[in-house]
Design a protein around this ligand. Structure first.
Ligand SMILES: *Cc1c(COP(=O)(O)O)cnc(C)c1O
Length: 365
């Protein structure tokens, strides 16, 4: 079976993890944590990094540090992993869903303003499947309406908008280092910001809200959202290879693009987009299975599975999921993209011959 995404771990990850274990610092103190925070922030062009236990806790930490609370509304894309919206609920605020852009699937900036109310406090945007959002348009809207911007960069480490890395635009950007992400620490995440005060606030909230100058004095309700030293040790080893990983992801995308070009030219599938202003990192190389294709998306999933190829359907648009179910006739593209969308195997360990096999099998269907 060719898996959809598997981590690429090497000797350096092992050595670092062993070093963390041998040092005895196996919880959330130890030399690797600050190093990983600093190095990752530097890589993304940000001043401060606050490592967390997951991408989800990073998002919750960011929203809490920005003061998002009951009665507030937060703009989120309809088409994303559910954690993006759940963290808004954790703050007792309300996620307001926005449709996808037809060409690149992320939040459509043209549809944000009609959903802004006096209660709107922030926009969370998601660089979906490795493709950056339209940052100029979103930053302009946020500035005009005085909204915070949180970037959910869980799927797009190292992607670029007009030559600048995503995760360096918003007030806070949140990353995930789950096992199938661009780089991994097993479980883990990080918040990045240029704002020293916000960074300090997130550090305090991450560790039970304890006053850094007065032990066991808690000025606010915090969390335990810390990353362990062992995770940070693995993350540091991964970070050294991140550009190599991204180049391989782009190589895989190129193999797919060339291999599937005929089907795309026939209008049977739509290839993973890359807008002229974007450097996509193709976290998961994705296609849309169009009506002209001989079988539908779910039948194609089964066809590939029977031939040893694991694929995944796109996320459901959140507004159709039970916790968020609403009727909203502005959310059409997210729905149709979701129904047609398919993630193909995208591990950095894949070889050309395996991509050829996948391409040939899709053509056979
Ligand atoms: C993976 C992911 C998350 C959650 O990250 P975890 O580390 O699994 O908590 C959040 N948002 C998006 C878009 C993701 O893909």
């Amino acid at each position: 079976m060719i898996p959809i995404a598997e981590p690429c771990l090497g000797k350096k990850e092992l050595d670092n993890a062993v070093q963390a274990l041998e040092s005895g610092w196996i919880s959330s103190k130890g030399e690797f944590i600050e190093k990983f925070e600093q190095e990752f922030a530097k890589y993304c062009g940000r001043k401060y990094g606050v490592a967390t236990s997951s991408g989800t806790t990073a998002l919750h930490l960011a929203l809490t540090a920005l003061g998002i609370k009951k009665g507030d509304e937060v703009i989120v894309p309809d088409l994303s992993f559910i954690a993006t919206a759940n963290t808004v609920i954790y703050c007792n605020a309300k996620p307001v869903f926005i449709d996808s852009h037809p060409e690149y699937w992320c939040i459509d900036p043209n549809k944000i303003e009609e959903k802004i109310t006096s209660k709107t406090k922030a926009i969370i945007l998601v660089h979906l499947y490795g493709h950056p959002c339209n940052m100029d348009a979103i930053m302009n809207i946020a500035k005009h309406h005085d909204l915070y911007v949180i970037e959910d960069v869980a799927e797009a480490h190292g992607a670029e908008y007009k030559g600048k890395k995503v995760g360096s635009f918003g007030d806070i950007s949140c990353f995930s280092f789950y096992g199938n992400k661009i780089i991994t620490t097993g479980e883990g995440g990080m918040c990045l910001t240029n704002n020293e005060e916000l960074a300090e606030k997130m550090r305090i909230l991450r560790s039970h809200g304890m006053d850094p100058k007065k032990r066991y004095w808690h000025n606010l309700i915090g969390f335990n959202y810390r990353m362990t030293n062992i995770q940070a040790a693995i993350g540091l080893a991964q970070l050294v290879k991140i550009n190599q990983f991204i180049e391989k992801k782009r190589q895989i995308a190129d193999w797919y693009k060339k291999g599937l070009k005929y089907l795309a030219d026939q209008g049977m599938i739509t290839l993973h987009p890359e807008m002229p202003w974007a450097k996509c990192v193709y976290w998961m190389y994705s296609i849309l299975v169009e009506d002209k294709f001989r079988i539908n998306r779910d039948e194609l999933i089964r066809f590939l599975e029977e031939r040893g190829i694991e694929t995944r359907p796109f996320f459901y648009p959140m507004h159709v999921l039970p916790p968020y179910k609403t009727y909203d006739d502005t959310l059409n593209l997210s729905k149709s993209i979701s129904l047609k969308g398919l993630n193909l195997p995208s591990s950095i360990t894949l070889e050309k011959s395996e991509i050829d096999y996948i391409v040939d099998t899709v053509k056979l269907a």
